[in-house]
Ligand binder design. Structure first.
Ligand code: ADP
Length: 450
């Protein structure tokens, strides 16, 4: 089945991802509507859109997260669909539902799938049912002390207390011994309550030296699904990704095919629609499911670079009712890609550094891509996250990719604010990075050295 392509799409986001989505819309001949807070009136995503609507003051709760205001913007401009990007309302099942009630397509999965995967306990149960291996842990939420102690003994310390509604690494506590369990559970609970309004927690085996490996999937909601290989996102600080690469230095073609096929089969069985990411921890040759993200990821370009597939374009096509035009055998992997998240932050303390960009010179050349929403003379507002751009580099081999990345980083000049570029300049010179020998703790260990 093929659906009618959209005429006009509203992009409910800001920054580099709003621009990224606009590019795909323009290539498909779709008109774009940008929304912005008063703090973003000068933003590039607003300047390049066909139309724009100011939806409120700077705080996200009054603008980018405000559903009534977004709905009003949709009505005024008469759009057929909304792309939520990542963050903000991208995993808000209620938003997806409300749009559908207004006959506006949400470019993403069904609200039902967003809801299941947004609850990490329900997501784990679903994964288990579909034959995906999960981290050993409590079968559901844990309430009382005796039960928690029993489960922790069973799986063995260290354990990790996690929030069912968790995100961004919040509400997570590592517990090394039974005497710390109660206080850590209480701390995780109150953190989760404050951040997500839900204090349900569960317990998982704490893996001590895993890699974070995630599989990009794509379904059409009509029973067809494919995988686009993996991304290795093990370089993290405070459970937040800093640098990502594809393919993972830890996998070979066989293990990639095996996990990819398991996941694609599960996604097809779910009748999942759109792009999704199934996240795993990988240790000693075994995969352990941790969560599924029902949206586009920040790091999606590394997959695009090695597959040549435009993920946003495919998201829009599938949301318009088309079947997947790609089958698994159309997906081929070529070369290697690495992404560096360029944040407006001090490269050692990670303190945000908003302000005016007095000079901006991005790198170029073969295999170099910069996805960014900023420009020379632009003032970065202090209200939103500090990601100002992504440098993505592709090479025929991992080695060529690393050499090209070193060259591209040396060309990149941003003045007026602090950025994380010096950190990447350092990382790229570390033998462990050159050899692909790192797990999820590597970066924090590296940063803790004087
Ligand atoms: P969030 O949604 O808050 O980002 P995730 O479940 O995706 O939480 O986990 C984020 C990161 O936390 C992972 O990439 C990993 O570094 C770490 N982590 C999560 N679960 C475990 C675990 N069972 N053992 C060790 N580390 C974990």
């Amino acid at each position: 089945m093929t659906g009618a392509m959209f005429d006009k799409v509203l992009i409910a986001n800001r920054g580099e991802i709003a621009l990224r989505i606009q590019r795909a819309c323009k290539e498909l001949g779709i008109s774009t509507v940008a929304v912005h807070s008063t703090a973003d009136a000068d933003a590039m995503h607003v300047r390049l859109a066909d139309e724009s609507v100011c939806i409120g003051p700077p705080p996200a709760s009054d603008s980018y997260l405000n559903i009534p205001r977004l709905l009003a913007a949709c009505e005024i401009t008469g759009v057929d669909a909304v792309h939520p990007g990542y963050g903000f309302l991208s995993e808000n099942a209620r938003f997806a539902e409300i749009l559908e009630d207004h006959n506006i397509t949400f470019i993403g999965p069904s609200s039902e799938h967003i809801r299941i995967m947004g609850d990490k306990i329900a997501a784990k149960e679903t994964a288990l049912k579909l034959g995906i291996p999960v981290v050993p842990g409590s079968p559901g939420g844990v309430r009382e002390e005796g039960e928690a102690k029993r489960i922790a003994e069973e799986i063995g310390y260290p354990v990790l207390v996690k929030a069912a509604s968790g995100g961004g690494g919040r509400g997570m506590k590592v517990v090394h011994k039974a005497s710390d369990l109660m206080s850590s559970m209480a701390a995780a609970r109150s953190e989760a309550k404050a951040a997500f309004g839900d204090d349900t927690i569960y317990i998982e085996k704490y893996l001590t030296r895993p890699r974070h490996i995630e599989i990009q999937v794509f379904g059409d909601g009509q029973g067809n699904a494919i995988h686009l290989g993996e991304r290795d996102c093990s370089l993290q600080r405070r459970h937040q990704k800093v640098m990502e690469e594809a393919p993972s230095p830890a996998l070979n073609a066989d293990s990639r095919k095996k996990i990819g096929e398991t996941v694609a089969k599960a996604i097809a069985e779910l009748r999942y629609r759109g792009a999704g990411t199934v996240e795993f921890l990988y240790e000693d040759g075994n995969f352990y499911f941790i969560e599924m993200n029902t949206r586009l990821q920040v790091e999606h370009p590394v997959t695009e670079m090695i597959t040549g597939i435009d993920l946003v374009l495919e998201q829009i096509r599938v949301a318009s009712g088309s079947q997947l035009t790609l089958s698994q055998k159309d997906v081929t992997f070529s070369g290697h890609a690495i992404e560096c998240r360029i944040n407006a932050e001090n490269p050692r303390t990670f303190r945000p550094s908003p302000g005016r960009i007095t000079y901006w010179h991005p790198p170029g050349g073969l295999g170099v891509r910069v996805d960014s929403g900023v420009y020379q003379g632009y003032t970065i507002p202090p209200y939103y996250d500090s990601l100002i751009g992504k440098l993505i580099v592709h090479g025929k081999t991992r080695n060529e990719c690393l050499m090209r990345l070193k060259r591209a980083l040396s060309e990149f000049v941003i003045d007026g604010i602090e950025t994380t570029i010096p950190l990447f300049n350092e990382l790229i010179r570390q033998p462990d990075i050159a050899n692909g020998m790192y797990d999820i703790h590597w970066l924090e260990n590296f940063l803790s050295k004087p």
